[in-house]
Design a protein around this ligand. Structure first.
Ligand SMILES: [Zn+2]
Length: 490
C-alpha cells in the first residue's frame, strides 16, 4: 500500500492524500490551494492521477482548502462516491456552489481584460453546473459508523470538533483479503509511560491509518471537543498551530470584548474577516454571550455574507453536532435569537449601504483571509481610519492579504488602489478553530498504542518541522514531514 501527499503538506492549503492498494485507489480530501503565489496555477494543473481511477473520496470537512477541487475532480472524470458526514454534505451544498460562482465571476473579469488586449478568453476552473454535478456524488453518513468504501477498505468518521460536521477518519486497509476486524478490543486509556512514550502495540489485522483532519480547539463554542482515538499504525496529524499556544477561552473572550469596546469608544467600526462557516457562528455565539451578560450593549452587528447566512441556517439543522451548552441555549430560545441587533445583508446594495456607516458597526464578512469577497470592500473603507479596528480570528496563510496586514504592512493594495493601514489590528488566536500545540499533543497522548510513523501535515513548513521534532522527542516515535507529491510505502 502507498500513500501520496498531493497537497496540504508544508502548507495549510490544498489538502489531499491518495491511498493506493492492490485493488483500490481512495482519495482523502480534495482541497483547493489558496493564497500562495502559485496557488491559482496549482489549482489549474491536471491531477497527478486519473480521476476516473479513484474508487472513492473521503472528505474530512467542508472548508474549501479540503473540498474546493471536488467539482474539478468530477469534471475531469471521477465517477465514484464522496463520503462525508451529513452536516459536511449540507455545507458543501452551499460552499461548492459559492466557490463555482466566484470562479465564474473571476474568469469573466479576466476574460474582459484579455479580450481588450486582443488575447483569448479564459474558462473558469469550474462552473456552477460542474459544482452542482459534483454534489450528486456526495453521500451523507453518520459519525461512528463503520462503512466499506472500497473492496479492502473500511472507514469510520469521528467528530473532530473543528467546524460543524468535521471529522477525523479511521481507515482500515486489508490487502491480504482477510476480513478486517476494525473494532479491536482495547484497554481504556492508560496513563502515559514515564518518558511519555506509547506502550507497544500488539500485532494487528490489516493496517489502520488515522487522519486527524483539522483538529478543533477544546472549549470552542457550539461544536463538541475533538474525539480521542485509541490506536493506529500510521497517523496523519495537522500542525497549523504546531508551535504556538492559544490563550484560554475565558481570556480570549475578554480580549475580544476589550477590542470591540475600545473601538466603539473611539467611534470607529470593527471589521472581522471570517470564514463563513464556523468562525462566523462562533463570533455570534460570543457576542450573544457578552450581550446577555450586559458587557456590550447596543451592538450593531452585520453579517455581510449571504454565504454565512446560509451556513448559519445549515448549522441550525444539525443539532447532533452541538455541545451541551449550545443545546441548552437553543432550548431556552437564547441563541441565536438573542443576538443583539443582528442584520444579515443579502444584496450588494445592502452591503454597500454598510460602507457608509462611519461608526459603531461590527461587520463580519468573508473571506477569512481577505483574499476575496465583501470583506475587501469593508477594508477599503475602514483600514485607513485610525479609529477603526480589524480583528483577525482565524489563521492567515502566507501570501494572503490578511497575512500582510497581520505582519504589519503599512499599505496594502485593494481594487488597484493603495490603502494605508492605520486602523488597529488585533489577532485573537484563541478563537481559532484549530487546536494549538498543547491540544495536538494532548490528542496524541490518548493513543494507547505506538504508531509505526506519524506524518505531520497541514502546517507551514517551519511549523510542521518544529512540531514533528517535538512529537519525536516526546513520544520517541518516527515523525516525518512529507514533501508535496512525496509517495511513501506503508
Ligand atoms: Zn478547516
Amino acid at each position: 500500500m502507498k500513500i501520496q501527499f498531493i497537497g496540504g503538506v508544508r502548507s495549510v492549503t490544498g489538502s489531499s492524500y491518495l491511498i493506493t492498494t492492490d485493488t483500490a485507489k481512495v482519495l482523502v480530501d480534495c482541497g483547493m490551494f489558496q493564497g500562495m503565489n502559485d496557488g491559482e496555477k496549482r489549482n489549474l494543473r491536471p491531477f497527478p492521477f486519473k480521476p476516473s481511477e479513484i474508487d472513492a473520496l473521503l472528505l474530512t470537512h467542508s472548508h474549501i482548502d479540503h473540498s474546493g477541487l471536488i467539482p474539478k475532480l468530477v469534471k475531469d472524470g471521477f465517477k465514484g462516491k464522496i463520503f462525508a458526514t451529513r452536516a459536511t454534505a449540507d455545507l458543501c451544498g452551499i460552499l461548492l456552489l459559492d466557490s463555482a460562482h466566484i470562479h465564474e465571476r473571476d474568469a469573466e473579469w479576466e476574460t474582459r481584460k484579455r479580450l481588450r488586449k486582443g488575447r483569448k478568453a479564459v474558462p473558469p476552473l469550474y462552473n456552477i453546473a460542474d459544482a452542482a454535478e459534483s454534489l450528486s456524488h456526495i453521500e451523507g453518513i453518520d459519525y461512528d459508523v463503520i462503512l466499506k468504501v472500497a473492496p479492502n477498505m473500511e472507514v469510520r468518521f469521528k467528530d473532530a470538533g473543528h467546524i460543524l460536521g468535521s471529522a477525523i477518519l479511521e481507515l482500515w486497509v486489508n490487502e491480504s483479503g482477510k476480513k478486517v476486524n476494525p473494532v479491536r478490543s482495547l484497554p481504556l486509556r492508560k496513563p502515559s509511560a514515564p518518558n511519555g512514550s506509547f506502550p507497544l502495540t500488539e500485532a494487528s489485522n490489516g493496517v489502520k491509518i488515522v487522519f486527524s483532519g483539522d483538529l478543533g480547539h477544546k472549549g470552542t463554542p457550539i461544536v463538541k471537543d475533538p474525539t480521542y482515538i485509541s490506536d493506529a499504525d500510521y497517523i496523519l496529524i495537522e500542525s497549523t498551530y504546531g508551535n504556538r499556544q492559544h490563550k484560554g477561552m475565558k481570556e480570549t473572550i475578554e480580549e475580544f470584548a476589550g477590542a470591540i469596546g475600545e473601538t466603539l469608544r473611539k467611534g470607529g467600526n470593527v471589521i472581522i474577516p471570517s470564514f463563513a462557516v464556523g468562525r462566523t457562528q462562533d463570533i455570534l455565539y460570543i457576542l450573544n454571550q457578552l450581550s446577555r451578560e450586559g458587557r456590550l450593549n447596543n451592538l450593531n452587528v452585520f453579517i455581510d455574507s449571504p454565504l454565512a447566512t446560509n451556513a448559519t441556517r445549515v448549522f441550525l439543522k444539525h443539532p447532533e453536532c452541538f455541545d451541551k451548552e449550545t443545546m441548552e441555549l437553543i432550548t431556552k430560545g437564547q441563541f441565536p435569537k438573542g443576538t443583539p441587533i443582528l442584520k444579515f445583508s443579502e444584496t450588494p446594495e445592502e452591503s454597500m449601504s454598510i460602507n457608509r456607516i462611519r461608526s459603531g458597526a461590527i461587520i463580519i464578512a468573508s473571506s477569512g483571509m481577505c483574499e476575496a469577497g465583501r470583506v475587501r470592500h469593508h477594508l477599503k473603507h475602514n483600514l485607513w481610519r485610525e479609529e477603526c479596528s480589524i480583528i483577525f480570528v482565524g489563521f492567515q496563510a502566507q501570501g494572503t492579504l490578511g497575512r500582510q496586514i497581520v505582519d504589519g504592512a503599512k499599505t496594502v493594495k485593494l481594487f488597484g488602489e493603495v490603502v494605508a493601514v492605520r486602523s488597529r489590528v488585533y489577532t485573537i488566536g484563541g478563537l481559532s478553530a484549530h487546536a494549538d500545540k498543547n491540544g495536538l499533543m494532548d490528542w496524541l497522548t490518548h493513543f494507547n498504542v505506538k504508531p509505526k510513523k506519524i506524518f505531520v501535515v497541514h502546517g507551514e513548513e517551519k511549523t510542521s518541522i518544529d512540531f514533528a521534532q517535538s512529537v519525536h522527542e516526546r513520544f520517541l516515535v518516527d515523525a516525518h514531514v512529507p514533501k508535496p507529491m512525496e509517495e511513501v510505502s506503508l
